[in-house]
Design a protein around this ligand. Structure first.
Ligand SMILES: [Zn+2]
Length: 327
């Protein structure tokens, strides 16, 4: 049988090739091993100048594509984009990836993931932090990019305690001003926004004095500067991280999943507070990043959620980093 004759749909589906292969193996090579049934730890390190950046996976959620997930494109168009990215039929997968930066003198965590979750699909940050050899008590500074649940809920343990007991916690001033304002909360007209407001009260009440607010343009830690990228939320913030001659950007949610929204940068994800401003921010951000060939960590990029963005005829394309076995 030639190789080509095996590469047809019927041959692959009936497993003919596999059976022939197995029969050819010596008996010793067929010893069984138990299936592990669990995924490998999700953390990935990048050397950035004198800094070490560790992307920590908080898990992912796969769910049926909501009718208005893309608010300015048809559901059919969105489903086609999801299918083109080989997402499960009729569904989308949204991953979550906080970033830890070790500056040599400080451990800085940007965003905290979804927090404890009974089903284990998300809330993986703490297991992956442990796998990376870091205890929550060691974190010096927690930097919040914006106050959506998937970014702030990891601030608290299942028992409601602060998950990072020794850390200073900081949040963007305009973000705090918007979400913690009761008049804004009373004005919220849709269920999603009302839920967001309720969640900020659940997580942040009692922390008013503890959480320090930072301004855009300020260095929040040595080499880490807050950059205004509003639209997704009023105070949505990204970060530049610079060490020596090396730099990268932690974009937070400038775009949601790249398979839909980098390819179609004018599509509005349902979670955007000011979709037109988010669209403008997206173009400015990726035009700059593509020209500068900037390494980007994207919270909702597929793990290890770092890569480069290239401009295409119709939008942008993510070029993921190559796995590196050495730092
Ligand atoms: Zn998010």
């Amino acid at each position: 049988m030639t190789v080509t004759s095996q590469l047809n749909r019927r041959g692959l589906l009936t497993g003919t090739a596999a059976v022939i292969g197995a029969a050819a193996l010596p008996a010793a090579a067929r010893a069984t091993a138990p299936l592990s049934g669990t995924q490998a730890p999700g953390f990935y390190r990048i050397k950035l100048g004198a800094y070490e950046v560790t992307i920590l996976n908080d898990g992912a959620r796969t769910f049926p594509l909501p009718d208005t997930f893309v608010s300015n494109a048809s559901k059919d168009q969105a489903l086609r984009a999801a299918a083109d990215a080989f997402m499960p039929d009729g569904k989308i997968t949204v991953p979550f990836n906080p970033t830890l930066i070790n500056t040599g003198s400080k451990l800085v965590l940007i965003d905290t993931g979804n927090g404890p979750s009974p089903d284990g699909a998300v809330g993986r940050l703490f297991a992956n932090l442990a796998a990376a050899g870091v205890k929550p008590e060691q974190i010096d500074l927690v930097v919040i990019s914006h106050m959506h649940p998937d970014h702030i809920n990891g601030l608290r343990t299942a028992a409601g305690k602060i998950a990072f007991p020794h850390a200073q916690i900081i949040a963007p001033e305009p973000e705090w001003a918007f979400w913690m304002n009761d008049e804004n909360m009373a004005k919220a007209s849709d269920t999603m926004t009302r839920n967001y407001f309720a969640n900020t009260r659940k997580i942040l009440t009692g922390l008013e004095d503890r959480i320090v607010r930072y301004a855009w343009g300020k260095e929040v830690a040595p080499g880490i500067t807050a950059i205004a990228t509003p639209g997704h939320t009023p105070g949505h913030t990204s970060f530049t991280v610079v060490s020596g001659n090396s730099q990268m950007m932690v974009q937070s949610d400038v775009t949601n999943i790249p398979e839909l929204f980098l390819r179609n940068p004018d599509w509005h994800v349902a979670y955007d507070h000011d979709p037109a401003l988010a669209q403008q921010t997206r173009h400015e951000f990726y035009d700059m990043a593509s020209v500068e060939k900037m390494l980007i960590a994207g919270y909702h990029f597929p793990f290890p959620s770092a890569g480069y963005v290239e401009k295409t005829a119709t939008g942008y394309r993510l070029v993921p980093v190559q796995w590196s076995a050495v730092l």
